[in-house]
Write a protein that binds this ligand. Structure first.
Ligand code: NAD
Length: 437
């Protein structure tokens, strides 16, 4: 089997490398020459744990290649995966499908022999129909099927997620295409991964339903956290108390600064738009989107309150700017709302992130970027933890206290123990856990 992966980003690169690890011959294609050049030198264009080794092994094993030449990669492929971006379209909140449709046209022009075109990008219901139409219009003679195969990996644990997924969803009614997909995912059949064959539209909707459900779960616990603060309850204990119920489950019940990242914000919005377009508004998800938007802004207020009601002229130290640990992805990170709001309120901000500063420098202005955690907090009036990287979980509290002008810590990820922080002499604010007096 030979496949082409169009788009060598977080999903395309990981999926391509993992398929090659399964024994398939993979060519990863990207328009971005810099990315492909880096990959030729075995430099990863993104940070994802374990990816460099996986890529290196499979390149040297002759199963994984990188190119900017889509035509050649597609011509010899049994299956072509579309893994390009589907960001929010400017102005209206719908998913921008121009990259998907652009790729479909290029694939159509290059196809040779029966080809399964697989949409791995997250795309609104009905996109597969349009991809099929574009290919048919461009190449009336082509022999092909269009399949939906949404990706559920999470950045930061992407390889493990791809290699041991909870399930694989494949949307096609063509038996010929099903057989190709079965072959590609054979190693997962062997470890008894549930493989769900559905209609194409159903498969497209499963991806959005999954992401919006998870976003709703996070938003739910965030609102419960706010209530906990008012009534003197502890959200972590509430999460545990409800999460042990098998019907609820304990994952995605960590209160925090609001969801961010490259998927939840754009996918919740896109599903809201699809539902409105079909005249069946999803009120729950509309509310989730609103509540989450407001929440990111409220986090700056929380910091200001912790600083005694004003940050004007103060120096705030920020640890972590990526939307979650173990990634360099900054897309829709809560830090992009929190830091500018603090600056607007008159604060100067120093910040450190182990992997995301390269990206962050392009997106945040006026920040004093530091080399490590302790340099960041030197002479600061408050310390704010936005992303829970492991290295921020075990700070030397005495040293922190010695470096800060005032022992004010705002922990937006509930990493620290309230009693320990109190004993160490900190004025400690967290999420959904009342202050210990
Ligand atoms: P990304 O922006 O990291 O990568 C997309 C890549 O596609 C870019 O490198 C771009 O240069 C390339 N590209 C665009 N058009 C091209 C073309 N015609 N030919 C060749 N290359 C082209 O995006 P991503 O984060 O990997 O996401 C891809 C899709 O997967 C999105 O639909 C996203 O919603 C979905 N998804 C993402 C994640 C995640 O965690 N990032 C998880 C599941 C699903």
């Amino acid at each position: 089997m030979r496949i082409a992966m169009i788009g060598t980003g977080y999903v395309g690169l990981v999926s391509g490398a993992c398929f090659s690890e399964f024994g398939t011959n993979v060519v990863c294609v990207d328009k971005d020459e810099t990315k492909i050049n880096k990959l030729h030198e075995n430099i990863m264009p993104i940070f994802e744990p374990g990816l460099d080794k996986l890529v290196e092994n499979n390149v040297s094993g002759g199963r994984l290649e990188f190119t900017t030449d889509l035509k050649e990669a597609v011509q010899s492929a049994d299956a072509v995966f579309i893994a390009v971006g589907t960001p929010t379209r400017r102005g209206d909140g719908h998913a921008d499908l121009s990259y998907v449709y652009g790729a479909a046209k290029e694939i159509a022009e290059a196809m040779d022999g029966y080809t399964v075109v697989v949409t791995k990008s997250t795309v609104p219901v009905g996109t597969g129909d349009e991809v099929e139409r574009i290919i048919r219009e461009t190449r009336p003679d082509a022999d092909f099927d269009v399949v939906s195969n949404p990706e559920f990996l999470r950045e930061g644990s992407a390889i493990e997620d791809f290699m041991r997924p909870d399930r694989v969803v494949i949307g096609t009614e063509s038996e010929r295409a099903q057989e190709v997909m079965r072959q590609l995912y054979r190693p997962l059949f062997l470890i008894e991964t549930p493989i769900l064959f559905t209609q194409r539209r159903t498969s497209e909707l499963i991806k959005y339903a999954a992401n919006t459900f998870l976003a709703a779960k996070i938003t739910f616990i965030n609102e419960i956290a706010d209530l906990c603060e008012e009534v003197g309850a502890d959200v972590q204990a509430v999460s545990k108390g409800i999460g042990l119920d098998g019907r609820i489950g304990k994952k995605f019940l960590h209160a925090g600064p609001g969801y961010g990242g490259s998927c939840f914000p754009k996918d919740t919005l896109a599903l809201v738009k699809t539902a409105q377009q079909y005249g069946r508004p999803l009120k729950i998800i509309e509310t989730v989107v609103d509540v989450n938007e407001q929440r990111k802004k409220q986090m700056a207020e929380k910091v200001i309150k912790a600083c005694g009601g004003s940050v004007d002229g103060k120096k705030i130290a920020v640890l972590g700017v990526a939307f979650k640990p173990n990634t360099d992805d900054m897309r829709d990170s809560p830090s992009l709302d929190i830091i500018p709001a603090l600056q607007e309120a008159g604060a100067s901000v120093a910040a450190f992130d182990p992997e995301a500063m390269g990206e962050a420098k392009e997106m945040l202005s006026g920040v004093d970027w530091k080399e490590n955690s302790y340099d960041t907090m030197d002479n600061a009036d408050a310390l704010v933890l936005i992303t829970e990287w492991n290295e921020f979980r075990m700070l030397d509290l005495d040293r922190v206290k010695g470096l800060l002008n005032a022992p004010v810590m705002v922990d937006l990820r509930n990493v620290y123990n309230r009693q320990e922080m109190k004993d160490a002499g900190f004025d400690y604010t967290c999420i959904g856990r009342p202050k210990l007096e």
